[in-house]
Design a protein around this ligand. Structure first.
Ligand code: AMP
Ligand code: MG
Length: 488
């Protein structure tokens, strides 16, 4: 029950369950664990408004009731989704082990979104895990996913973080928390892997039809399942190019962490590059560097081959024909990715038109940056603003001469070029040491002032305020590589 006089109707939830109409193998209806005294830590008012939800008359304790799962949204039937996945290359049965689809909500512009709780207690898919999440990592997902959204990169969003006031046992006892995550859906490559492995072709077909209707209703291809494969390939080519362009390392690109919608999903051991080192890995468990920055496009292609394999029975009755259709499609991924990457890189360099030697020019810059361990993000900001004596720096002299000759092969002026650069090169990205500092204050000292201050700056990464440019510095004091941990 609510603590104050909240009228749930006034919030404007438009709940409609559709996932539960799929074959039952794909989910388990389940209520969230009921805590006793949840309290609100952060709430994303702007996102709530975008979703057509009005919380202006809802007290913080009542928000905490809703977004810890204590108060059930009328008409909703929460469920845990089943999925499988290749984790570091090995196939495993997984599923929402600590998450629940609280409700599907229809926004005022008729978009269906998932409202999911993460850290809401054990489910039949917990595999011995406790179903809990700790405050620090949930605030981290909140922060990074909101930063990605501000960078115009498709991503799940974060609506709220609630403290459960229950301890979570890790190496030490930590404060428990629940994150509310918003997604176009939580259907993953792994959901398709589960559907075919556990349910067979009927279940697979039902899932594929549902997915087409929900995400790609415009598919008109004669072979609609091939159309689905091609749409997912296209969406992922765009997404991964955007990651590479901002220096984002996802860290755990298992097939269960690749969303069919093309959104970035599951923020675990992810982080942004400081120095440009293509082999950068942030995850504490990625010993072989499988998910290193430079490997992300190839790993996405590998995951898409797994996706294509699941679809084979739907592509054609003739197995060989099905395989060749799938192969032809998957082979377009890397070329599509490259087109997107080059398009984005040209913009980062303030180039409007296409010239034959652009790729070489880009490769040469990246190679100097790698050799000099230049900060990835700062290099582009400095080029745009000519900061830190960038144009006088001898390491760039030869490259800059070529670049200037290239830049004048377009009709746009230098001013227009700089404007283009400032519209795509963020003045600020989440710096690992600053995010850690903000999280430490928030989770260990219950002081959210730094978290909120930093988040405010991150929310407008193209504003180019003096404050943003000053704050956006790599950690020069630390000589140890940054490490993050997943599943905590
Ligand atoms: P992730 O590495 O976060 O993508 O999670 C991989 C799988 O482990 C997913 O099926 C999660 O639901 C599950 N999982 C992660 N942490 C926990 C936990 N504390 N309790 C139960 N399941 C978990
Ligand atoms: Mg996951």
């Amino acid at each position: 029950m609510f603590k104050s006089k909240t009228n749930i109707e006034s919030i404007g939830f438009q709940v409609e369950s559709s996932y539960s109409s799929l074959p039952q193998k794909l989910f388990t209806l389940l209520q969230p664990r009921k805590g006793s005294q949840p309290s609100l830590v952060v709430f994303n008012d702007a996102l709530a408004k975008q979703l057509g939800l009005d919380f202006s008359k809802v007290s913080d304790p009542d928000k905490a009731s809703i977004f810890s799962g204590m108060y059930q949204i009328p008409g909703s039937s929460p469920l845990a989704q089943a999925y499988a996945g290749h984790q570091f290359g090995r196939f495993t049965y997984l599923g929402d082990g600590r998450a629940l689809l609280l409700a599907e909500h229809i926004t005022p512009d008729r978009k269906r979104i998932d409202i999911q709780l993460k850290g809401s207690g054990p489910t039949p898919y917990s595999r011995g895990g406790d179903g809990q999440a700790a405050l620090g990592p949930m605030l981290r997902e909140y922060f990074i996913s909101e930063a990605m959204a501000a960078l115009n990169i498709p991503t799940t969003r974060s609506l709220a973080v609630v403290r459960t006031h229950q301890k979570v046992k890790r190496q030490v006892d930590l404060d428990g928390a629940v994150l509310t995550r918003i997604a176009q859906s939580h259907i993953r490559v792994g959901t398709f892997q589960y559907a075919i492995a556990e349910g067979g072709v009927e279940t697979l077909k039902a899932l594929a039809d549902y997915t087409i209707q929900r995400h790609y209703p415009h598919i008109m291809d004669e072979n609609r399942y091939l159309g689905l494969l091609n749409e997912v390939i296209k969406a992922q080519a765009k997404l991964i190019a955007q990651w590479q362009l901002v220096g984002f390392v996802h860290g755990v690109m298992n097939t269960d962490n690749m969303a069919i919608s093309g959104e970035t999903i599951d923020y675990g051991p992810c982080a942004f590059l400081d120095a440009y080192e293509p082999k950068t890995v942030f995850s504490s468990i990625d010993y072989s560097g499988r998910y290193a920055y430079i490997n992300q496009p190839a790993i996405a292609a590998w995951n898409l081959v797994r996706f294509a394999e699941t679809l084979l029975p739907l592509l054609n009755k003739d197995q060989f024909l099905a395989q060749s259709l799938a192969q032809n499609s998957v082979e377009t991924f890397l070329p599509q990715y490259k087109v997107e990457f080059l398009k984005g890189m040209r913009m980062k360099l303030g180039l409007f038109n296409i010239e034959r030697d652009d790729e070489t020019l880009i490769e040469e810059l990246l190679s100097i940056m790698q050799k000099e361990k230049a900060d990835y993000n700062k290099t582009f900001v400095n080029l745009a603003l000519d900061l830190d004596g960038f144009r006088k720096n001898p390491i760039y002299t030869v490259w800059l001469e070529k670049y200037e000759l290239r830049r004048i092969k377009q009709k746009e002026t230098l001013i227009e070029s700089v404007e283009l650069m400032k519209s795509v090169n963020p003045a600020i990205i989440p710096r690992n040491h600053l995010v850690e500092q903000a999280l430490l204050q928030a989770s260990d000292h219950q002081d959210l002032s730094l978290f909120e201050y930093y988040l405010d700056l991150i929310r407008q990464p193209f504003a180019y305020s003096v404050e943003q440019i000053q704050i956006d510095q790599p950690d020069i004091q630390s000589n140890k590589p940054f490490r993050t941990y997943c599943g905590t």
